[in-house]
Design a protein around this ligand. Sequence first.
Ligand code: ADP
Ligand code: GLC
Length: 474
Amino acid sequence: MKVLFASAEVYPLAKVGGLGDVAGSLPRALRSLGHDVRIVMPKYGTVSPPAKDLGTFAVGIGGADHEAKLTLSSLDGVPVYLVDFSPLFDRPKVYEYPDDGQRFAFFGRAVLDMLPASGFWPDVLHCNDWHTALAPAFLRESPPADERYRRIRCVLTIHNLQHQGLFAKDLFEWTGLPPAAWNPEGVEFYGQLNFLKAGIVYADRVNTVSPTYSKEIQTPEYGYGLDGLLRSRASKLSGILNGIDYKVWNPAKDSHLAQKYSKTSLEKKAKNKAALQKEAGLAAESKIPLLGMVSRVTEQKGFDILIPAIPDLLNLGVQLVLLGTGEKAYEEPLGRFANAQKGFVAYLKYDETLAHRIYAGSDFFLMPSKFEPCGLGQEISLRYGSVPIVRGTGGLVDTVIDVTADPRNGNGFAFSDFRASALLDAVGRAVAFYRAGRGWKRLQQRAMAQDLSWGASASRYADLYEQAARGTGP
Ligand code: ADP
Ligand code: GLC
């Protein structure tokens, strides 16, 4: 299959969260299965790999032709097309600009308009999240004249249904989509342009990043207003669990660690804990359970139940190290608690290498998410033998088995109710298990033995591309 993989984030060129990880690793896994997968992303100000000049092309949007440059780079053998249009993309951050609607409408159009300049005509265009979800609407409603566009099929992966890309009607007019697309069966959503809805309506296949989340989003609780539409499109909707990049996340070869280790030399992990305690200025006690957290600091990640639980959590005699950045409304109380409470350290920033040291240095990894399409944090922590404590939702259900409920197969601790007391109860159980000592090492080894590589899931994506190309069932 020839696949063009379109993403706003691609690790290590640009990453905000898990989307970047997936875009940086799934295409390579698919190439190793023999598929010709290539990536396309915007060329942000921070992205400057060596790249071959492929000339210019015209992006037809806003009633004009805008000249953009196309360059070709490569990531570990995966060709990466960079759409270079400095007025919209030559900026330090990926998102959070007032003109994000225009920026990603432009990118969605550019993904199609660049094909003649690239010389690559994919069988499948694989879009990811709202940032690229207008492309299928452009392809079906206002395709360029070239016949070759007609043969392209679209897959949309929803990494997060909460972020839909909602904008005022003027942006719809700017896109140049035909007026007929402005209706509830098209791209309109309660008087606004909804990018993600456009992708769901126009893509041939839609998937989410875990089987459980693909079911949850068909309910009002998790559907963010799109559950009805998703139920009506259930026949083209499926769920494929994310893998993690075993080259980036491997405790046996991780150069960011104080001490490399594997499941057969687990005793060496202790050095990473000691190093993390020292770095964070925590008491250097090997027996105190250390809980790590690496997370965007947003409502999704469960800070509404974590923050009120912090004093009681620390009373259980644990240490807590958090690395994360996000909403001020959560960062502010976290910063205050970190100053006031012994045993709690909060790094309110983005730091790749510190993330590695936390995954390796913790005994437990905390992820009390309100919702979680897949979650890579718990997958990485399993690989590092840091036992996850999670709220059982979305991809966390599909990856973490509670050891109290299933002592033979359990690899972590899970709770259901989205309440501080349920979180505390799960941490209490985890800490008791750790202190009792019996079975602790086996639990860590079981966590580390789990296959979280892309292998099986990459094959499922290949099947999905086949279904999209052949128009067969999910
Ligand atoms: P999401 O995509 O919803 O943010 P995931 O668990 O799927 O959640 O992926 C998060 C990714 O981002 C992981 O690779 C995690 O290590 C990384 N990450 C999140 N916050 C930070 C941070 N402050 N510093 C470094 N890495 C981070
Ligand atoms: C999203 C989700 C996360 C998922 C990631 C990669 O950001 O919040 O659960 O793992 O995308 O698919």
